[in-house]
Design a protein around this ligand. Sequence first.
Ligand code: NOJ
Length: 833
Amino acid sequence: MTATKKKPAVKAKASKKYGYFDDANKEYVLTTPATPIKWCNYVGTLDFGGIVDTTGGTLVCKGDPALNRITKYIAQMPNADFKASTVYIRVKDGKSYKFFSPFYVPTLQKLDKWECHIGLSYSRWIAEAFGLRVQVTIFVPTKSNTLLQDIQITNIAGGAKEVDVIPVYEFSHFEAEKQLTNADWVPQTMTLKAHPEKDGHLVLEQYAYMKRDYAVNYVTADCKISSFDGDRRVFLGCNEMGSWQHPLSLDNKELSNSECDRGDNIAALMIHAGKIGAKKTFRTCTQLGQEQSLKVANKAIKKYRDLKNVDKAFAELAAFWDKYLETIQVKTPDASFNTMVNVHNPRQCHTTKNWSRYLSLYQLGYGTSRGIGYRDSTQDLMGVMSHMPEEALVLTKNLISVQRPEGNAMHQYAPLALEEDTGSEANEGDSREKANAVDAQGNHLYADWYGDDHLWIVLTVASYLKETGKMELLDEEIPFYEKGKKRAEREKGTILEHLKRALKFTREHLGKHNLPLLGFADWNDCMNLPLGAESTFNTALYAKALLEMMDIEEHLGDTKAVEMYKGWYEDVKKAFNESAWDGKWWVRWFDKDGNAYGTNKAKYGKIYCNGQSWPVISGIATGAHAEQGMDSLNKLLNTKYGVKSSTPGYRGFEPSVGGISTYPPGAKENGGIFLHTNPWVMIAETILGRGDNAYNYYCQINPAAKNDILDVFESEPYCYPQNILGDEHKQFGMGRNAWLSGTSTWTYQAATQYILGIRASYNGLVVDPCIPTKWNGFDAVRKFRGATYEISVKNPKHVSKGVAQMIVDGQEIDSNVAPIFTKGTHKVEVILG
Ligand code: NOJ
C-alpha cells in the first residue's frame, strides 16, 4: 500500500448510514462527519503519537500524555469545534476568497463529498468542494517523532483554480493539566519563534520556556511558506472575534507573520499552491514534531521534505501492520467475526498495549493520577503477545519493576517518571483516597493495595514463555519497587522470584473463609469494602495464576515447587467450594464480618458475572455448580447487547458499597454491560464445551455487527467500547468509552485461543476449537516460533468441541498439539467429532 495506491473498496456496503468496512484495505470508511458521538483513530505509539478524531482534530503527545503533551485538544468541546488542528483550503473567487476544510470541521462549509478512512494507524479524508478533490492522510512514520499530514489537491472541475493551503496546529503546555488550570503561568511561558530559511522553507519552533533547551515542538512543510502566524489572537483576528470557522486572516492574501512571545501558541502556514489546472494535482506535506532541539530535528525535517520519503514511510507503516496481522489470519463462516479477528481487534490490542487507560476521548490523560495501569496493562499484553512478544516484554518488565518486595504491586506508574528514575514513578491508585480513613481505635479501614494486580503478571509472563519458549527470561533480575529509592538502590529479584512473591502475598493474605482478601478492590474497581473483605474473583485469579505457575515449574523441572503450588491450589479450591456457593450461583465477596455480596438474599447486586465465569476459567468450580453458575448468569444477566456485570443495580448511593452505587442502575459496574467481563463468559463456555453459547456471547458484543444499529450503539463500530448501558437504563444498548478497554485483549483471546482454540503452549501449538455447531469448520494461518501453521478444521458431525483427529504434514498425531517446528510451513488438519 502506498499513499495513493489502494485496492478497490466494496461499494455495495457504502449505503450504510454512517459508513462501511472496507476489508480489502483494512479500513472503516466513514461517509458522514456527523457521527452520533466523537469517533477517533490512533496514530503512532506512546513514544510519539496520539489520537486523530474523524474531523481532523489531533491530540499528540510524546512519551506521556500528562507530562509531555504537544497539541491542545479539548475533548469536551462540541464535535463541530476546532480541536487543536485543521487545514483550510482557500480558492480565489474574483477579488475575494472562499474556503473549506476537508475535515468539514471547523468551517462547516457544505461539501459535495466527504469520507474519512479509518485505517491502521492512519486516517485519510477525501473531500470535494468548489471543483476540488482534497485528500489528506495523517500518520506517524514507524519509530519517528513526527506527525505527517500529506495533502493532495486535484482540480476535478476544469479551468485553472488559484488555491492556497493553510494548515494550523494549536499547542498545549507540556503539562497537560496545567494548561487547563493556570491561565497566567501557562501563557507567560509559551513561546513561538519563526525560522525562515533562505530557500523559502520555514520552521515554526514552539516551547514552554523551561523546556527550551530540552524539548522543542516544531511545524514545517516540504514547500515554500509565504507567511505564517504563531499567535492565535492575530490569526483569528479582531481580538478573537474572528473564529476558527472563519479566521479573519483568511480574507487577506498573506498571514501576519506573528511570532508569539506569550499567549496561545499556534502554527499556521500559508502555502500558495498556485493555479491548479484541470485534472492537475498539487501536493504538500506538513510535519509536526518534537525533538531535543531544532538541530536534532533537522534530519527528520529534511527527510520528510522529500515526498518520496513520505510515500516510503507510509509503505513501511503498511508493512508493519501486514507483518503484525499475519501472525494469525482466519477464515470462518462469519464475515464480521473475520473482520474483527483479522484486523480491528488485534489492532485495538496494539492500541491498549500502548496507551493502557491513559489517553482516549474518555480517559483524558491529565495529571499523573492515571498513568499505565498495572491490572489493565498486564492483561493488554496478552492480546499482543503472539504478534510482538519482544516489544511486549519491555512493558512487562516495566510492570514487574513496580511490584513491591512484599509481592503485591503498585496500581499504576507514570512512564516518563519511570524512565527518569525519579523514585516515585508508581502510586497506589484510587486507594489513596481512603488511605487515611481510620476506625475509633485508629486502625486503617481500607487496604492501600489491590488484591488482583500482582496476580495478573503471572498470566502475562506465562503467555510470553509459551509464545517464545524463552524460559531463561525467568532468571533475569529486576528490582522491586521501593518508593523514594533510585532503581540501583532497590532490592532485586529474578522474574521467577517476582512471580513467587506475587503468589505468596495472596497465600498470606486470606480472610475468614480462607479466601484471598479483596484489598482495596479486585477487578471491580467500584467495590471497596473495608479491610478484611474477601473476593471470590481474587480467589479464582489466584487459582488460575497457580495453575500457570505449576506449568512453569513443571517445565523448569522443579517437581517440589509443582507439588507445593498444587497444594496451595487445592487449599483455595476447597475453601471456595466450602463457602461460596449460594444455591444457584457463586457469591462474589464476603465483607469483614462474613456477610455475602452477590447472594440471592440481597436486594441489589444479587448475582455478578465474574463471580460465575472465573471459577470455571480457574477450574475451582466443581461438579454441576460450574454449569449451574453459568446458567444462572445466562438467565439473570444476559441481554441482547451483552452480559450485565451484575443485577439488579443499586438504586442510589450507598456508602457501605461506595463506587458501584454512584452510577444509576444499568450503567457501568452497577448493572451495566461492562464489556470486559463478556469474553470471560465466552472463555468459560468454551471450557464447558458449549460452543453455541460462547459464539452467541461473542456475536452480541461484536461492534462490527452493530454497524446497522449505530443510532442505538453510537460508539465506533471498529473497536470495542468499555461499556454498554444495560436494560435497567433507558439508553439500553448505547456504547461508551471506546478503544481503551480490557474487552479488546480478552475478546481477542476468547476468539482466537478458545473459540477457534489456537493457542501457544510450552510443547507446541494447541488446536482445540469450541465453535458453534452450525459451522462446517474454518481455516486459519498462525505464525508460531518461527514456523507457519496452515490450519484447517472440519466439523462434519456439527459438534462444538473435541478433536477426533489431528494430521500434521500428512501424519496423524496422538493429541491436539502441533509440534514446534521453528521454520517452514506446515499443514495442520483437524477433524472435530
Ligand atoms: C476500569 C479499570 O481500568 C479496570 O482496571 C477495571 O477492572 C474496570 N474499570 C472494572 O472496574
